[in-house]
Design a protein around this ligand. Structure first.
Ligand code: HEC
Length: 172
């Protein structure tokens, strides 16, 4: 009995340490003073979740284009779980809004129109649901366009308060 208990303790410590290391890595990547365009997100550990095409202006007022939604590993567990728990600090969502063309019934994605980002830091962004919002015109890191996140972004995300202000849900 005693021997078994000891073994369990030994196994548990490395797992806890690993979890702590992963969490601190995720946090340091996303809590800069400003919000940075995540570098090379398509190929950098982010997981693609869903795609939405807004061909014509619709009643949501969403920008037209192909919306490709990505989440970083820090937020993936909560996305998959669903429910109403807040996302953990360090979560980053990216909505890569791209041009598209239609030719002979086939939709082809084109260049970036905007890259929009939501970064979770429940203290720093407490006034906008714990989320920092930024977007870059044409995906150019030199062209951020959000200077009033509450008006430009958060207001439209508030109907999703029961899902921590996130529209996306996990797709199998
Ligand atoms: C007109 C309403 C509206 C406005 C304004 C808006 N969003 Fe969204 N946003 C949405 C909808 C609807 C979705 C989900 C649809 C999609 O794009 O797949 C979404 C999705 C997102 C996502 C992916 C995570 C999620 O919630 O599913 C990010 C990141 C995002 N928006 C950032 C922003 C930023 C940054 C701004 C401000 C520049 C902004 N949004 C302004 C409606 C809006």
């Amino acid at each position: 009995m005693q021997y078994l208990n000891l073994r369990n303790t030994c196994l548990f410590i490395p797992a806890a340490l690993a979890a702590a290391l992963i969490a601190s890595g995720a946090l340091s990547a996303s809590t800069d003073d400003g919000i940075n365009l995540p570098a090379n997100f398509q190929h950098n550990g982010y997981l693609a979740n869903s795609m939405l095409v807004t061909k014509d202006p619709n009643k949501t007022g969403l920008k037209t284009g192909v919306h490709l939604i990505y989440v970083n590993p820090a937020g993936f567990g909560r996305l998959k779980l669903g429910g109403s728990e807040p996302y953990p600090d360090g979560t980053i969502f990216v909505d890569d809004v791209r041009e598209f063309s239609v030719d002979d019934g086939a939709y082809q994605q084109g260049g970036h129109k905007f890259i929009t980002v939501m970064v979770k830091d429940s203290k720093k962004y407490a006034s906008t649901g714990g989320w920092g919002f930024q977007a870059w015109l044409g995906g150019d890191p030199a062209k951020p366009i959000v200077n009033d996140a509450a008006k430009q972004c958060f207001a439209c995300h508030t109907p999703k308060s029961a899902n921590d202000y996130v529209f996306s849900t996990y797709l199998q």
